[in-house]
Design a protein around this ligand. Structure first.
Ligand code: PEP
Ligand code: MN
Length: 378
């Protein structure tokens, strides 16, 4: 069971008692101290034709840097273990020495996000909802917040169906500058109204550091979108808040890239991070993206952070979304995010992939069945 730390400052102070769960956002703290001790950090393997001079040069450079070298000689190659503080060793261009064939780091490049760092899965609290426990938490809502009637109608219908968190974009990352860009502050205010009406915490995207204070006033969870997964200044800034952050995998990012981006957020002190698989670009053209469900068990093994799957953007076609949502639960996701719209043909973004409220309600029943089959609940 994770230990929780108090967040500061209270992000929803503005809404005060309007929030059923008050202002006690919580986060998880590391259980194990960071591993900074000196250790074997890098293994250099020399080429078969490396000369004695070249090997001596490598070893003496390692010593000049204040590091230790363990040399072991095979018939064809020499293996040099470099021992010392990992961060210092990573900076050195060991592959640039003449005679070097390969340089392999021993330790993983991510530390704070690694599973070993806590040794137990983390739970992240979004409003009054805990993600990362036995419950598979459903997040749902429209792609974009469009108007009062739309967001409140959808919020109420998804809550009735069993969703625990309301999603909706007020700042929209669009491929075209001519497409609907979101309602901005007005959209955030509508989300806050929907939160009051439906009693659900809200997740919404922050696209730019300049909007972070504004979005943080309203959001119970900040979304960093796929296109911003490697916006390192944004990652650092959301890391300085104590709000939960859901980081979406970039469409051309590896699982390791995703973990390294999350490391930026944790390294600023914010451990309230969820990782979201939302599909990657592949050569496939029959679907919008390829939902990489491989990422779910891999992430669950590599990191203590909860894993969310977004099958809506992952496959991008309404009638195929339920199958991928069920598969994501079976694969071990802690939370599923689904786009839902009451009038998809009028939606200002992503109308072709969002479920109708009744389709969502039907899906929740089926998700419950899969969750129960693997010992989880909805
Ligand atoms: C979204 O959630 O509406 C969105 C834009 O997602 P992504 O960043 O994954 O494309
Ligand atoms: Mn969308």
């Amino acid at each position: 069971m994770a230990t929780f730390l108090s967040n500061s400052p209270a992000p929803d102070a503005k809404f005060g008692s309007a929030l059923p769960w008050g202002n006690d956002q919580k986060g998880c703290e590391p259980l194990n101290p960071p591993q900074t001790a000196e250790a074997l950090a890098m293994i250099i393997i020399t080429r078969p034709d490396a000369t004695e001079d070249q090997i001596e040069h490598i070893v003496s450079r390692i010593h000049d840097w204040g590091l230790r070298a363990e040399v072991s000689r095979g018939e064809m190659r020499v293996v040099i273990g470099v021992i010392g503080p990992e961060d210092k060793i990573r900076e050195k261009p060991l592959g640039a020495f003449p005679g070097v064939e390969s340089v392999t780091p021993v330790l993983k490049p991510y530390k704070l996000v690694s599973y070993e760092f806590r040794g137990t899965p983390s739970k992240v609290k979004i409003g009054n909802v805990v993600v990362g426990g036995n419950e598979v938490v459903l997040m749902a809502g429209p792609c974009s917040v469009e108007n009062e009637d739309q967001i409140i109608t959808i919020a109420q219908s998804i809550r009735k169906a069993g969703a625990k968190i309301l999603r909706g974009g007020a700042f929209k990352p669009r491929t075209s500058p001519y497409s609907f860009q979101g309602l901005g502050k007005a959209g955030l205010q509508l989300l806050a109204e929907a939160r009051r009406e439906a009693g659900l915490p809200i997740i919404t995207e922050v696209m730019d550091t300049k909007d972070l204070d504004l979005v943080s006033e309203y959001a119970d969870c900040l979304q960093v979108g796929a296109r911003n997964m490697q916006n390192f200044s944004l990652l650092r800034e959301v890391g300085r808040t104590r709000l939960p952050v859901m980081l979406k995998r970039g469409m051309a990012a590896s699982i390791k890239d995703l973990l390294m981006s999350a490391e930026y957020i944790l390294s600023e002190g914010n451990f309230n991070v969820l990782l979201c698989e939302r599909g990657i670009r592949t050569f496939e053209t029959m679907t919008r993206n390829t939902l990489d469900l491989n990422a779910v068990p891999v992430l669950k093994a590599e990191t203590h952070l909860p894993v969310v799957v977004d099958p809506t953007h992952g496959i991008g076609i309404r009638r195929f979304v339920p199958a991928m949502a069920l598969a994501a639960v079976a694969a071990g996701a802690d939370s599923i995010m689904i786009e839902v719209h009451n009038a998809p043909e009028l939606a200002k973004s992503d109308g072709e992939q969002c479920l109708l409220p009744n389709e969502f309600a039907d899906l929740v029943g089926r998700i419950r069945g899969v969750a129960e089959a693997i010992g989880r609940e909805v």
